[in-house]
Design a protein around this ligand. Sequence first.
Ligand code: PLP
Length: 369
Amino acid sequence: MTGDGTRVVHAGVPEAVPGRPFLPGPAFGAPYHLEPVLGPQPGVDGYGRTDNPTWRALEGAIGELEGGECVTFASGMAAISAVLLSVLRPGDTVVVPADGYYKTRAFAASYLGERGVTVVEAPTVGPYPALETVRLLLVETPANPGLDVCDIAELAARVHAGGGLVAVDNTAATPLGQRPLDLGADISVASGTKALTGHSDILLGYACTRDPQLAAALTGWRGATGAVPGPFEAWLAHRSIGTLDLRLARQTANAAAVAEVLAAHPAVVSVRWPGRPEDPAHEVASRQMRRVPGVVTFTLAGKAAADQFLQAATLVFAATSFGGLHTSADRRAQWGDDTPEGLIRLSCGVEDTDDLVADVRKALDAIGA
Ligand SMILES: Cc1ncc(COP(=O)(O)O)c(C=O)c1O
């Protein structure tokens, strides 16, 4: 296999044809021309809610990186809800992360219970309930925002013993950080809004699987609900994936440096970054992940300290996403996440490491000053 940089630059890019662009522009089509007499034909695009060549190119790219068939969606939540609702039936049990993205939990609580599905929450590090009886285990590893990590292969073996399915939210890791399908998961689902595309300008989601029936169910669900990405977003995403290796490399280097500064600073109560040997997630992450993402989570004394940090930092945007070019920070409790008031999820961007470290140190020194 070629290196990550080569893979992302060439992923889903068509064969070289003289006179054509490297990556064809977005195909904007609601209806397409039909054959006037024969009408819709298999393999010929007919309508934009089910057919689009720009998605297909992007799906080719993500599918190559994840190692499965890819179905793209309008956002990460569109992809996650498609996985949950197309797999689960009344009487089924689903396990969702107790410490993962809070909207996934909220979605399960609001919409699955009333459909006769039993929803069980389990922390990423366990303990997990009896997995032999669940229809679907959804894990998020590393989990957002606490960055705990679970052993995908071990959990998949337990779930598969009972005939259930495993879906992994691969948002934080990206397919360059971890390949859940290789580790035994049935579905790798993610928000492409974050590091995968990394420019803080589009919403995107996807689910990848090696099971043709699951892929057909997800494609059918998308066509029926219309949870489709726009062609322009799909094209921007594909263009952005070409720099994924470079972006992740800088983000991870920045996170490593920032995590050390945080760990050494007296204003910081605790730091989580699975790349640090001292981190509780380090051992599993080193076995399972190809690289650790640029997100560091740390806790300050409380809201006042977090406010001071965010106001004093000049290179750190206050924003509720992660994985982008710009370093950003989010005090998670303000969204109703069940975290300490002073917990900040810091997403390292691609700024120069020395500049970012100096800015973070300055902002930490400003706390209580
Ligand atoms: C781990 C994780 N999964 C899914 C999502 C949802 O993605 P989107 O905002 O693209 O719907 C998020 C959003 O923050 C997330 O952090």
